[in-house]
Design a protein around this ligand. Structure first.
Ligand SMILES: [Zn+2]
Ligand SMILES: [Zn+2]
Length: 551
């Protein structure tokens, strides 16, 4: 409503609100302009009274009372729009695995306002959906909401799960907050209450009016930012003009060692991709780190749109993971396959493009570490040889393609699926494919272009325009545009197909060779060597590949 100006009668929301208070007063019958204004005001008032749900705010409160009981107590307040309402908890989030968060939910109740009000009927309709009926009871002039209360048990450490204990709370909100399926686009807010003495909250979400309250423009954005609560150690630094916030749950001494990784990594990736992509330039990006023994903090990293959660045994382990997660701020979070949009929280969401979204993010993790000098050239070669070893020791490479492995991601929770004769990893093969693609582009363009140009092109074509790429076809088109060469065969052989990769054909372009050790040897099975008689062209491509440059 705001911003629509009629000549001589512009109305703002606050004017409509004040008109709402003066309705019924005598109006000058002579004034046609006034009459027109009143007609518009009344129309606006009508709109206001029948307030569209699109402007409503669904509010959540999460109590952290008695953290030793590991129960998040949730109160969800929803403005009424129809007679019956469904609320649901996601079956999965972020990790491509059905984890049925509803399994942890207990004691779901609903009423119109306070717990003393008449209870509303709550009917469970399947494993993750609840129907709230008799909501019209709440349709009183001063109470146009219904309120759902429940608790969720979580005590699992690590970036993929949630935890509430006397030390801290870590929340992946999709594992805790229900949503109204047809109203995910409405404004939302979440407030944390009953925090133990001395605790604070930290998250990439925008702060709202109240203490420990945050807001987002929709449910999807709200649940794409984890929250840490506890006695927090925080610091902020600037990288290439962007604020980077660090929330550290670990030893104070980790700070400077973390910083040694975070500063060069974020600067390299921001530079590579042409600047910060974050939704709010002022808020920048947030890292939440848990550093400690795996049994206490878990391990690994989970990417989110403007933040990530990372756990590891040392600042250096965490720093290396940060090189991967930070690159996800582009690859997968903004340069995103169409098949993952919009998110379907209720069931599996299949994409054949994880070899790119995850695997090529791995490639950039190793590029970032090597190109910033955090890894030596030898470490980079050793890592690549190790990746090749991992793929070559899995017989499943002969029948499961990189695309098929992406589709089967949903099996990763099962132990049998990990058998070398059953599956390959799209992280692993995608990592190698990223390397091969970089070398192939450098070869096709005489080292004038590289995979970096493909990432930047996809950032311009898709991410910056709010568009999504058409899985492997979209990636292939970007590669062809940058290189001026067809990648049809490459995709048919190594991405949708399962042909054995001729490593030396690609490595040779940069004067590198893959050597294998004798079978019974105690040294690693593969190593990468620089060929002694490389040509000038091979050396140029190798230099570009190692330093991330073109000529
Ligand atoms: Zn923590
Ligand atoms: Zn990843």
């Amino acid at each position: 409503m705001s911003g629509t100006a009629t000549p001589g009668c512009a109305l703002t929301t606050s004017q409509v609100t004040s008109i709402r208070a003066t309705v019924g007063r005598t109006v000058d019958p002579e004034g046609t302009t006034i009459r027109r204004c009143w007609a518009i005001a009344l129309f606006a008032l009508l709109l206001l009274l029948t307030s569209s749900p699109a402007h409503a705010t669904i509010r959540y409160a999460i109590s952290l009372d008695h953290p030793d009981q590991h129960l998040f107590h949730v109160t969800m307040t929803v403005p009424i729009d129809t007679k019956e309402h469904t609320t649901a908890l996601p079956a999965w989030n972020a990790l491509y695995q059905i984890r049925d968060f509803a399994e942890r939910v207990r004691d779901v109740t609903a009423n119109c306002g306070t717990e003393a009000d008449t209870p509303l009927e709550v009917q469970k309709i399947d494993k993750q959906d609840w129907k709230i009926s008799s909501a019209p009871k709440c349709d009183a002039p001063n109470s146009r909401n219904y309120v759902v209360r429940y608790s969720v048990l979580w005590d699992t450490p690590g970036p993929f799960d949630s935890q509430l204990n006397s030390h801290h709370a870590f929340l992946n909100l999709a594992e805790i907050l229900m949503y109204v399926p047809n109203r995910r686009g409405e404004d939302v807010s979440v407030q944390f209450t009953n925090l133990p003495e001395g605790w604070q909250t930290a998250t990439a979400l925008a702060p709202a009016n109240q203490l420990n309250e945050y807001s987002a423009s929709n449910y999807d954005s709200l649940v794409d930012a984890p929250v840490e609560a506890g006695v927090l150690d925080q610091f902020t630094f600037e990288s290439d003009g962007a604020p980077i916030h660090v929330v550290l749950d670990g030893k104070e001494s980790a700070k400077s060692r973390l910083q040694n990784y975070l500063l060069p990594i974020t600067r390299y990736e921001l530079n590579l991709m042409g600047g910060a992509p974050f939704d709010s330039p002022d808020h920048g990006y947030t890292f939440i780190f848990h550093i400690g023994p795996a049994g206490e903090v878990g391990g690994g990293g989970m990417e989110h749109r403007d933040s990530s959660a990372i756990a590891g045994g040392s600042p250096e382990d965490c720093g290396a993971i940060a090189a991967h997660e930070f690159f996800h701020a582009w690859n997968v979070k903004r340069i995103r396959p169409q098949s993952l949009v919009p998110v379907d929280y209720a069931k599996e969401q299949y994409t054949p493009a994880l070899w790119f979204a995850e695997g090529v993010t791995n490639t950039y993790e190793s590029f970032a570490l090597e190109r910033t000098g955090l890894w030596s050239k030898e470490q980079f070669y050793k890592d690549l040889a190790g990746q090749i070893d991992m793929l070559q020791s899995r017989p499943a490479r002969f029948w499961q393609s990189a695309e098929a492995s992406s589709l089967d991601a949903w099996f990763e929770g099962s132990t049998d699926y990990g058998d070398p004769s059953r599956s390959i990893s799209y992280y692993n093969k995608g990592d190698i494919l990223g390397i091969l693609l970089d070398l192939a582009i450098r070869d096709a363009t005489d080292n004038h272009k590289s995979l970096d140009d493909v990432m930047r092109l996809m950032n311009d074509e898709y991410a910056k325009r709010g568009k999504f790429y058409d899985d492997s076809d979209g990636i292939r088109r970007a590669l062809e545009e940058v290189s001026g060469k067809s990648f049809k065969d490459f995709f048919a052989r190594y991405i949708s197909g399962t042909q054995e990769i001729p490593y030396n054909d690609f490595l040779g372009l940069a004067g590198l060779g893959l050597q294998s050790a004798p079978h019974d040897s105690s040294v690693p099975r593969y190593s990468i060597v620089e060929l002694p008689q490389s040509t000038d062209r091979q050396r140029r491509i190798r230099d570009g590949f190692l330093h991330g440059t073109t000529n």
